[in-house]
Design a protein around this ligand. Structure first.
Ligand code: DLZ
Length: 164
């Protein structure tokens, strides 16, 4: 039964698969580092809480959210990770840059997942303001990094449950 979400981080821990044998790649954007660093913390804490081993979590930084999809593709092609988590923060500015980056990264991340048959998780905040981003990276609306990690665990669990 799905959990009714109160904030980005509400989930039922009992239903999350054990991550003891799972490997993860996390690609993080350097743009708005205060926020993306907090997303990374949320994701790492969550993976470790569900028994992922620190040596099985690989973190790579990319210059901005636009580069997340290619970073994810490198992981998908060159490594044997079970899931890739992309973390970024795109904040609405005065120009249309926001739209281009947000749409490109969402589509790019989805394409990598479907091409390589590996969960690639969209842990990217797209907000109107820094305040909204802070509230969603460990503030009153939870942490999207946590949500991204939970999604990664769930998708690897789903894949494993369907293996013959
Ligand atoms: C250029 C740019 C701008 C204006 N804003 C953001 C942002 O809010 N969040 C983010 O992650 N990256 C931003 N970038 C950088 C682009 O993602 C990208 O790194 C550059 O356009 C170089 O390809």
């Amino acid at each position: 039964m799905p959990v009714k979400k109160k904030n980005l981080s509400s989930y039922s821990p009992k239903k999350i698969p054990d991550a003891k044998k799972m490997r993860f790649g996390i690609v993080v954007s350097e743009w708005n580092t205060d926020v993306t660093g907090a997303l990374l913390e949320g994701a790492m804490e969550t993976l470790v809480k569900h028994n992922a081993k620190a040596e099985n979590i690989h973190v790579s930084w990319v210059p901005g959210s636009f580069e997340l999809a290619l970073g994810a593709q490198y992981y998908a092609r060159e490594t044997k990770v079970d899931a890739i988590i992309c973390l970024g923060c795109v904040i609405q500015g005065e120009t249309r840059h926001f739209e281009f980056i947000s749409q490109a990264v969402a589509k790019g991340i989805m394409d990598v997942g479907l091409t390589y048959n590996v969960p690639v998780i969209f842990g990217v905040l797209t907000t109107d303001s820094m305040q909204q981003a802070v509230e969603r990276s460990g503030g009153k609306h939870g942490n999207k990094g946590t949500e991204a990690a939970v999604t990664a665990l769930s998708m690897v669990g789903l894949r494993d449950s369907l293996k013959k």
